[in-house]
Design a protein around this ligand. Structure first.
Ligand SMILES: Nc1nc2c(c(=O)[nH]1)N[C@H]1C(S)=C(S)[C@@H](COP(=O)(O)OP(=O)(O)OC[C@H]3O[C@@H](n4cnc5c(=O)[nH]c(N)nc54)[C@H](O)[C@@H]3O)O[C@H]1N2
Ligand SMILES: Nc1nc2c(c(=O)[nH]1)N[C@H]1C(S)=C(S)[C@@H](COP(=O)(O)OP(=O)(O)OC[C@H]3O[C@@H](n4cnc5c(=O)[nH]c(N)nc54)[C@H](O)[C@@H]3O)O[C@H]1N2
Ligand SMILES: [Mo]
Length: 595
């Protein structure tokens, strides 16, 4: 069994498209990536409730909620800082932030619900209970666009709001104020992120969060939630099969990252023997990194494709150096804007360094060489396609349909075939964007109306060719899709076209919350929250300590009250021990933290 991990970071998604061909050529059936340690819980909920994904229009909302998210630093919405400031300043708009820490975003909030770490499920349940008990539900919307409301009413009408607020550690009066704001909002926008998605009850919190805007009818109107038309459909949230060794659920085609080590290490006939890692650094970013390293050492072969000699690359048998995002054309497929949706093909601005046969290459070239070396392309119709490409996009399109589109064998290798045949006819430096042509053709079939409203009209092939040319010619990006608010509810992709409020398994967990939080282990009285997005960090990449301007050594923050109990002061070096590891850290006593 060969597995692939990664395939595109935050701003470099073109390699991910090429990697699919390599996985196909080498018969790899499994893959994983960091989405499967944070987002697949939400994806699974989305798939079952909505059959699709939503985003929200914070720019026009009158009430905005961030759940375990600090967008001042982590963005994820257009013009994050401007929008946060605008909501904050406007007396008629309300910003709600749910975070145990007084973050920069929380400082701007009208209501900061400073929940106890890991207790969001009680807080969200209390808010939902208030909405139900105080009749703040949008009954007309619920009747027209949802199913399963009765089960929701019977669950949340029984919840003791006072008790749940106590479990959550937030004053009841404040929770009621937040619930009223949400219930009475003309348009409500919300966003959940790591604070709940990498925490206790993560999937249940995603469910409770979706109920919040579903019950209040906040989808399909300006300032509320919408369903965007990305150029490349985001991973679906379907659960179809289990991983071969640990039997873990594979959601959206991705093995949960944190069982990858077991999938390699455990004594099992189907354990992974080879791993290709690209644009991700699991030996550093996953939980239990020591075990992941041990797992790497148990493999027959491991290949890493990266721009840096990372912690993961050091475990590999082969390190294939890639050129950086300044040295090759790149793009992100996180296009979720609405109503106008933008795609930006970034041209290279530097030449890649040359070396003695070991110069870095763009991933497209690396994958093309890997696939060629596997022999999978030996009989591919490359000459016919290359000749067609020389005659222009229209001729190429016809040849692609004739030779590749209906042949599953070639379709599986299409990214590399495109790169080798269409690539050479593209402007210098943009050869690696060849795979985009295939994706654009897919979009022209999937979302033709949105493309047409942006000016890309005609048959799918005509529209795709127009759009592809625009992408190559407009170095500052292209509005490729224009959507309409009236179309949003029609994009719900469930069997009856309605929002499914009742997910029985998750609602059972919600019912169990009335037993209160589990008693913690008194040996470990704290919750360690590791990792914080900053202006100058990119996930867990911190190659230059100067990027951390305020605390070059890093620090463990603790509240003044807790610090006093343990007689700690800022600057003290202490030993921090978790169930899994131990390290010496510096203390920073901070009133940003709650006890
Ligand atoms: N403690 C803690 N752990 C966390 C988190 C946390 O908050 N705290 N956050 C989690 C989250 S949300 C995520 S998404 C993951 C992210 O975890 P990773 O996916 O491991 O993310 P990065 O650290 O961004 O690693 C990206 C890798 O891509 C390489 N790279 C950059 N540009 C290119 C390129 O053009 N081509 C190639 N081939 N490689 C390139 C970089 O050198 C780097 O090694 O971490 C998770 N882990
Ligand atoms: N500048 C910059 N931007 C980025 C990234 C980057 O590396 N740098 N990474 C991108 C990626 S991959 C991701 S996933 C996003 C992540 O974006 P965010 O989720 O905003 O990232 P964090 O800074 O980890 O913020 C998580 C927040 O959750 C809070 N939290 C901790 N425990 C709890 C809890 O129990 N309940 C609640 N409600 N909150 C809690 C923390 O205090 C913290 O403020 O950012 C993206 N944007
Ligand atoms: Mo992430």
């Amino acid at each position: 069994n060969v597995a692939g991990d990664g395939g595109g970071g935050q701003g470099n998604h073109l390699p991910g498209a090429y990697a699919t061909a390599t996985r196909r050529a080498f018969g790899s059936r499994y893959r994983s990536n960091p989405l499967a340690q944070e987002k697949t819980g939400e994806f699974w909920v989305n798939d079952r409730m909505l059959g699709t994904h939503t985003r929200a229009d914070f720019e026009h909302c009158d009430v905005g909620l961030f759940l375990g998210k600090n967008p001042w630093f982590s963005h994820s919405i257009p013009r994050a800082r401007v929008v946060l400031r605008e909501i904050s300043k406007d007396p008629n708009r309300t910003l709600i932030v749910v975070d145990p820490r007084r973050t920069r975003s929380a400082e701007l909030a009208d209501i900061h619900l400073q929940v106890l770490p890991g207790r969001d499920a009680w807080l969200l349940s209390a808010i939902l209970a208030i909405l139900i008990q105080e009749k703040l539900v949008d009954e007309r919307f619920v009747a027209e666009h949802t199913t399963g409301f009765d089960a929701i009413v019977s669950t949340f009408s029984k919840v003791s709001v006072a008790q749940y607020c106590e479990y959550a550690g937030v004053p009841e009066e404040q929770v009621r104020r937040a619930a009223l704001a949400v219930g009475r909002a003309k348009c409500f926008a919300s966003f959940e992120d790591l604070g709940v998605q990498m925490n206790h009850h993560s999937t249940v919190c995603s469910y409770l969060h979706k109920l919040l805007w579903s019950l209040t009818g906040n989808i399909g109107k300006p300032g509320a939630h919408y369903i965007a038309s990305p150029i490349q459909a985001l991973a679906d949230g379907r659960y179809k099969r289990d991983s071969p060794v640990t039997g873990s659920r594979i959601i959206g085609g991705m093995i949960p990252c944190n069982v990858l080590a077991d999938e390699m290490l455990l004594d099992h006939p189907k354990r992974f023997r080879a791993l290709i890692v690209e644009a991700t650094n699991p030996a550093h970013s996953l939980a239990e990194s020591r075990r992941f390293r041990e797992a790497c050492r148990s493999l027959d072969t491991m290949v890493v494709i990266d721009v840096a000699m990372t912690e993961t690359a050091r475990e590999a048998d082969y390190v294939l150096p890639a050129s950086t995002q300044y040295e090759k054309a790149e793009a992100t497929f996180f296009n979720f804007e609405f109503p106008g949706n933008c795609f930006h093909l970034r041209a290279p601005i530097l030449d890649a360094p040359e070396g003695d046969g070991a110069c870095p290459l763009p991933e497209a070239e690396i994958h093309a060489r890997l696939v060629e070396a596997s022999g999978a392309l030996d009989e591919a119709p490359l000459d016919a396609l290359s000749m067609a490409a020389a005659k222009g996009l229209d001729t190429y399109g016809q040849a692609f349909v004739a030779h590749v589109a209906f042949n599953p064998k070639w379709m599986g290798l299409a990214p590399v075939i495109l790169y080798r045949t269409l690539g050479p006819s593209l402007p210098k430096g943009l050869e690696v964007s060849a795979v985009l042509w295939g994706l654009v053709l897919g979009a022209a079939t999937r979302i033709p109306k949105s493309l047409a409203r942006a000016g890309f009209t005609g048959s799918p092939m005509e529209a795709a060719n127009k759009l592809f040319r625009a992408m190559l010619e407009q170095p500052s990006g292209v509005v490729f899709a224009v959507d309409e608010w009236e179309d949003v509810l029609g994009r719900l992709n469930t069997a009856d076209g309605k929002i499914q409020l009742h997910l029985a398994d998750l609602l059972d967990v919600v019912k169990g919350l009335n037993e209160g939080p589990e008693a913690g282990d008194p040996e470990y009285p704290f919750i360690l929250c590791a990792g914080e997005r900053r202006s100058f960090t990119a996930n867990t990449i911190l190659r230059d300590p100067h990027w951390r301007r305020s605390d070059s050594e890093g620090a463990m923050r603790i509240s003044p009250g807790d610090a006093e109990k343990y007689r700690l002061k800022s600057g003290d070096a202490i030993r921090l021990t978790t169930e899994n590891g131990s390290a010496v850290v510096h203390v920073e006593v901070s009133d940003m933290m709650r006890e």
